[in-house]
Design a binder for this molecule. Structure first.
Ligand SMILES: CC(C)(COP(=O)(O)OP(=O)(O)OC[C@H]1O[C@@H](n2cnc3c(N)ncnc32)[C@H](O)[C@@H]1OP(=O)(O)O)[C@@H](O)C(=O)NCCC(=O)NCCS
Length: 107
């Protein structure tokens, strides 16, 4: 995933570092219509210090620079803590049905 992301909008692969220690990472992207936050995680021992907020804000800045008007993300419905996190930084639940299909690699 990292290898692929580095080929497309590599500036939207962000890491958080504290004195040389990797404490968090996230991947976002803009497809020309919407921006998406795909992955975000902060190491357990570094949580509740504002690092995820900083990473999301940095990703939003990067998305804005690409002309992105809106950011979406998907979180498993049972992941209440993550929902609480995103709500705290201004994201709202939008009622949608999320659908997907895995594609086999092109031959
Ligand atoms: C969700 C996650 C990214 C938050 O990271 P974080 O660095 O702790 O978040 P912040 O410190 O920026 O939190 C900002 C605010 O969000 C809210 N918040 C964060 N974690 C929360 C939790 N576990 N429960 C409730 N509210 C929470 C709080 O309002 C918090 O402010 P406060 O600490 O002053 O109360 C982190 O808990 C995580 O990596 N979780 C596991 C990975 C994951 O599931 N990622 C998302 C799927 S893509």
């Amino acid at each position: 995933m990292i290898e692929n992301k580095l080929k497309v909008q590599p500036e939207l692969l962000l890491v958080g570092e504290v004195e040389g220690t990797l404490v968090g990472a996230m991947i976002a992207g803009f497809d020309g219509v919407r921006g998406w936050i795909y992955h975000l995680a902060i190491a357990p021992e570094y949580r509740r210090r504002g690092f995820a907020t900083q990473l999301v804000r940095a990703a939003e800045d990067g998305l804005r620079r690409l002309g992105c008007p809106k950011v979406n993300l998907q979180v498993r419905a049972v992941n209440h803590e993550v929902v609480a996190f995103y709500r705290s930084i201004g994201y709202e639940i939008e009622e949608r049905v999320s659908m997907g299909r895995r594609l086999e690699a092109a031959g």
